[in-house]
Design a binder for this molecule. Sequence first.
Ligand code: CO8
Length: 260
Amino acid sequence: MDFQYIRVYRYEADPRVGAVQLNRPDKLNALSLPLMEELITALEAFDADPDIRCMVLHGNERAFAAGADIDEMAQADSVEMLLRDQFRKWERIAALKKPLIAAVSGYALGGGCELAMLCDMIIASDTAQFGQPEINIGVMPGAGGTQRLTRTLGKALAMELVLTGRFLSAQEAYRLGLVNRVVPAEIYLQEAFALASTIASKPPIAVRLAKEAVLKALSTPLEIGLEFERKNFYLLFSTADQKEGMQAFQQKRPPQWRGR
Ligand code: CO8
């Protein structure tokens, strides 16, 4: 499939890792409607491809993404935005079954920060900056920023970022638990691919059910989450990979995963 605003490829050193690069560098990867359409199509195709085990989403060194495309929204009225309902579609990224890692360098602002937070993990370059500056253009976050930032950073800090538009540096984002780690700009992509490759080497059904269970913790009370976790745990005992994993341990040899 031909894409205009993204580049889709497989990690050379490990083709089980699918990658998407946001590719509108002249607009700091502003997330236009057609770009998001392409992104969701590409990620869902990887999600459905049995040869892919993990995904990486990245931009370029200057910008992961500087937000939703302001030019597309500037003249819109509420009814138009409501009918467009473009941000509902973004939740399809949160619904992906396979792990998705954001590799962030430079700006991750507004919708760009929200997009990174929709991913399961974030590897940041030391140049990364995260923020929700919508307040400076007369609006507020609309693709999950007030909710996901608050769940991660807590009320006080999320409130400050959303109400002032202040950016978080990569180091601050790391200290606050927004990103998994910060590495030098020269290797941030390599680091994200290494993490993706490690996950790709694990038994895929266990990865899928474990991801589901971790995400459940964000949307359910503890008791329901624990019940959900237990059921996924029991479910894994009907996979060949559970038998293989435990036998390989007993026989002191590396396991051969079948994804069954
Ligand atoms: N949309 C459209 N174009 C953009 C965007 C954007 N979000 N960000 C940057 N660009 C464009 C610039 O217009 C410029 O284009 P051109 O060269 O044609 O003039 C090009 O990218 C380069 O940008 P700058 O010249 O501004 O680069 P600087 O290095 O001077 O500044 C900044 C970089 C600080 C990142 C600056 O570009 C900036 O402030 N960008 C906007 C950041 C922002 O406000 N993001 C939030 C957007 S709103 C949003 O994301 C809402 C999401 C959910 C909405 C829900 C609504 C219901």
